[in-house]
Design a protein around this ligand. Structure first.
Ligand SMILES: Cc1cc2nc3c(=O)[nH]c(=O)nc-3n(C[C@H](O)[C@H](O)[C@H](O)COP(=O)(O)OP(=O)(O)OC[C@H]3O[C@@H](n4cnc5c(N)ncnc54)[C@H](O)[C@@H]3O)c2cc1C
Length: 388
């Protein structure tokens, strides 16, 4: 049994698999293994995600990573001859007077980065979306291409099988210890007693990233934060529409014969949750989502819950932006963590970024150096104004 690998990736969600896929894709010929404690993925963030992709961010790197994600989806589907069911209907972010300036400024920056976003006046919103009540709205921003939703499950499973075909074994086990010196990681210990030595170690453990990193005596501010999703039925709700995002953060989009909606909890209620807490919070639907949808889509009699579920964001409580790249002291320990709700769309770019750092020692495609761990050490948070 092989117990030494050039690269060990812990976690086989979208980010871990993408790292392995890109390593092979850019020509890394060394040995790679992925360690996964739950090959059923029942609790991974990736399996709870709802497949959304959009470029309407304020941080340059977030726009660029999401654009890379959209391009990747299209190319990967073509290459693998699979249908990722990419519904390119856009995200429609609505703004009231208070948020109008920020939204317009962000759209200007997004367009400079080649994101295809249109600004719509209330009159244009009414023209394009006759079911929308524009009361209280000052403007809306709509993604005209590269935005919408796709089959996340299909992407993840197809990438997993592509990686298996490229001689990357999936080793079942939970990493419980990390052996290291002052400057490098040497090996990881699994719960079944197996020790695996590594040249490079990648932390792709999603919401568990902070706990994993503590095994190497490093504090990484990533924690699980619960998010509830509601599948709903609404009589005469529009079957074709973009992902609607109300100024208060409530979102809605079609899903087959039904619709999917959600909202982040109020900041005062949004705190670290236990990874085992997967009970959706019905108060979010009854108190926030339902009244917001009733006001915004007055033609729909009532949205009723068909089913609901909850998963965990890999939440970076420092600045809600991904942490990418090596640790400052343990230089062969790489982070690909803290995506805070957008890791599915950023998974392709994050995997490519980490792969380039391992193979070339520097970014080749997108310069994501501002997302490094240094900013945490130096207490220099970045800012993203548009997270939902
Ligand atoms: C409800 C919900 C909706 C979302 N919707 C979207 C969306 O529309 N668009 C979007 O871009 N993002 C979305 N996200 C966010 C996105 O799902 C995550 O950011 C992304 O899936 C993170 O991927 P990951 O591979 O880092 O983590 P995960 O998918 O959680 O994978 C990590 C893996 O590591 C394994 N692991 C953990 N610890 C260990 C250990 N010690 N040893 C071995 N294995 C370990 C876990 O079992 C897990 O399989 C959503 C998230 C949630 C919860």
């Amino acid at each position: 049994m092989q117990n030494t690998f050039d690269v060990i990736i812990i976690g086989s969600g979208i980010v871990g698999v993408s790292t392995a896929w890109h390593l092979r894709g850019i020509g890394f010929a060394g040995t790679i293994a992925i360690v996964e404690r739950d090959p059923s993925f029942s609790h991974s963030s990736t399996s709870q995600a709802i497949g959304g992709i959009w470029q309407q961010f304020s941080l340059k790197e977030n726009v660029q990573m999401s654009l890379y994600g959209a391009k990747f989806l299209k190319e990967f589907a073509k290459e693998q001859k699979i249908d990722l069911d990419f519904q390119e209907h856009g995200y429609l972010f609505l703004a009231d007077d208070a948020a109008q300036g920020t939204l317009e400024r962000n759209v200007e920056q997004q367009r400079k980065l080649k994101a295809d976003i249109a600004l719509l006046t209330p009159a244009l919103l009414e023209q394009h979306f006759p079911w929308l009540n524009t009361d209280g709205l000052a403007t809306g921003a709509l993604g005209l291409s590269n935005e919408g939703w796709f089959d996340a499950h299909q992407l993840h499973s197809s990438m997993r099988s592509a990686v298996r075909d490229w001689d990357v074994p999936l080793i079942k086990g939970s990493v419980t210890e990390i052996e290291h010196t002052d400057t490098e990681i040497r090996s990881v210990m699994l719960d079944n007693g197996r020790r695996l030595k590594c040249g490079h170690l990648v932390n792709a453990t999603g919401p568990n990233a902070g706990i994993l990193t503590r095994m190497a005596r490093i504090r990484l501010p990533i924690e699980p934060r619960k998010r509830s999703i509601f599948m709903v039925h609404g009589e005469s709700a529009p079957a074709e529409m973009p992902v609607l995002v109300d100024p208060n953060g409530v979102f809605l989009r079609p899903d087959g014969p039904f619709h999917i909606c959600g909202v982040a909890p109020d900041k005062t209620d949004d705190r670290r949750s236990s990874a085992s807490d997967i009970e959706p919070d019905p108060d979010l639907f009854n108190d926030i989502i339902k009244p917001a949808l009733a006001a915004r889509l007055p033609g729909v009699k009532e949205f009723k819950i068909i089913r609901s579920w909850a998963g965990h964001y890999d939440y970076n409580n420092f600045d809600q932006i991904a942490v990418l790249g090596p640790h400052t002291r343990l230089e062969n320990f790489y982070f690909a963590n803290g995506f805070s709700g957008i890791g599915l769309q950023q998974g392709p770019a994050a995997g490519r970024a980490v792969a380039e750092l391992i193979l070339h020692g520097a970014y080749q495609t997108l310069d994501l150096s501002r997302l490094g761990f240094e900013r945490i050490v130096e207490n220099q948070p970045l800012e993203e104004e548009n997270l939902i």
